[in-house]
Design a binder for this molecule. Structure first.
Ligand code: SF4
Ligand code: SF4
Length: 380
């Protein structure tokens, strides 16, 4: 397993994480098999947004004696009043469900207290300008959560969340299909060949800007909808010319700036193993550039961090250099020290580039790589 630092929290997450939605309404044995398989594979982070008592108790029971081996994202505002899965902004209700989460899990702390499902301006003000936000801060002060996080599907609102400077982890929906839809579109419903998915034929600027902002501010991202609810894998549903593989979807998520863990919902041990087998795949097997290269639009000439251009004879990690360069270019006079440090930590640097041009022949996005290497060498 590989691990990545979760922003400034001092914690590290496995690059493959577990989404627990498929453990809902399932017997205890399912939770036991899936979570234990995940732990055996080195997975150390899971999301638990489900409000139901039974699933929370099942997960808590599996984690008895090994609680510290799993980082838990627990959600503040996830409820199921009247047995309907819902979000609440009513403080007593929110408190009750979060206290229940601790109680049912039989734990006295949650690693990430995730402010739940903040997709609209109203969601934002209902959470960040009310007692709910103070409740999250109190939980942190009391050590009952270790860090404050938030979940969102909307890049414009997610940017606002990150700009508060309080949130250390963002759970965000990331996959290539979503990244090509407008900010306001809830695209899952349209991931279907029969429905007209209104692709803008380009990577969405708001989403790209969100990932860069997170990297710049050291706010980590964990991804949800990494496989587009399985639709990206399916020949009937994929909006692309061909279905993607699990490894390609995971690789896409993990090559976005700031992403530390791709969370995959698993219902069986086989699904856990399939997700983790990403780590054994070759670069060619993970390469997603062909899937998205027809959707460049005005992104032509801009790096999407796919690494299709490798190998570089100078062994430069071209995607990583571009990731840091893109952030440095946002404000050349004020490069975040963390970004400069990440750049310095690379094994090879832009000034190792001999301008041989081999990478440019392979880049499907016509990125002027040698020129960008020069820029990066100067800036860093
Ligand atoms: S330069 Fe081109 S091929 Fe290389 S990582 Fe960027 S987009 Fe992919
Ligand atoms: S142009 Fe530079 S970055 Fe590209 S392959 Fe040659 S040495 Fe590597």
């Amino acid at each position: 397993m590989e691990y990545r630092h979760i922003g400034k929290t001092g914690m590290s997450a496995s690059v493959i994480g577990l989404g627990a939605e498929h453990l809902d309404n399932k017997p205890y044995e399912t939770a036991e098999i899936v979570i234990n398989s995940a732990l055996e594979q080195g997975i150390n982070i899971m999301d638990l947004f489900m409000p139901g008592q039974a699933v929370r108790e099942n997960i808590g029971k599996v984690l008895i004696g090994k609680r510290e081996k799993m980082l838990i994202q627990g959600h503040i505002g996830s409820t199921d009043i009247n047995e309907q899965y819902d979000r609440s902004r009513d403080l007593p209700t929110v408190k009750k469900y979060f206290e229940d989460l601790l109680r049912f899990l039989k734990t006295d702390y949650i690693d990430f207290g995730m402010l739940f499902f903040i997709d609209t301006e109203k969601d934002f003000s209902d959470v960040f300008e009310t007692e709910i936000f103070r409740y999250a801060q109190d939980l942190k002060q009391q050590g009952r959560i270790r860090a404050i996080g938030a979940s969102s599907h909307n890049p414009v609102i997610a940017k606002k969340i990150v700009e508060t400077g309080i949130v250390e982890l963002l759970m965000f929906s990331v996959n290539p299909a979503f990244d090509m839809a407008g900010a306001e579109t809830y695209v899952l419903d349209y991931l279907d060949k029969d429905k007209a998915m209104d692709f803008e034929k380009k990577l969405d600027r708001d989403r790209a800007a969100l990932y860069q902002l997170c990297e710049q501010k050291s706010v980590a991202i964990t991804t949800m909808k990494t496989l587009g609810a399985g639709k990206l894998l399916s020949p009937e549903h994929t909006p692309f010319a061909q279905p993607m593989t699990v490894a390609q979807c995971i690789h896409y998520a993990l090559t976005r700036p700031a992403v530390v863990s791709a969370l995959i919902g698993c219902a069986t041990k086989a699904q856990v193993l399939e997700a983790v087998s990403y780590l054994d795949k070759s670069e060619a097997e993970c390469d997603y550039s062909e899937v998205i290269s027809g959707f460049q639009g005005d992104f032509k000439g801009r790096c999407v961090y796919c690494n299709h251009c490798l190998p570089c004879p100078a062994e430069i990690n071209i995607a990583s250099v571009h990731k840091y360069l893109d952030i440095a270019l946002l404000d050349e006079t004020n490069i975040p020290p963390g970004i400069a440090a990440h750049y310095r930590a690379l094994d090879r640097h832009a000034d190792d580039c001999t301008a041989c041009g081999r990478c440019e022949e392979r880049c499907p996005f016509s990125v002027p790589i040698a020129q960008n290497m020069k820029k990066a060498a100067t800036l860093f």
